[in-house]
Design a protein around this ligand. Structure first.
Ligand SMILES: [Zn+2]
Length: 64
């Protein structure tokens, strides 16, 4: 298997540093090198799900 890295953005709004973590860190906690915030590395499936638009949100309310 090729070694791949995951890029995650620090959730700290005052930091927002982009961290590159190894794929093996998925599901674990990493610490931001800039601000020290603990960030959970999402699994690959979770990233894909997060990018998918919510069909329920796209549907206009039909409550007339
Ligand atoms: Zn940070």
């Amino acid at each position: 298997m090729a070694v791949s890295a995951i890029r995650i953005m620090c959730p700290n709004l005052r930091c927002r540093a982009v961290l590159a973590v190894p794929a093996e860190a998925r599901g674990r906690m990493v610490r931001c090198r800039s601000c020290g915030t603990s960030i959970k590395v999402p699994a690959k499936q979770e990233i894909k799900a997060a990018v998918e638009p919510d069909p329920a949100a796209a549907d206009p309310p039909t409550d007339a």
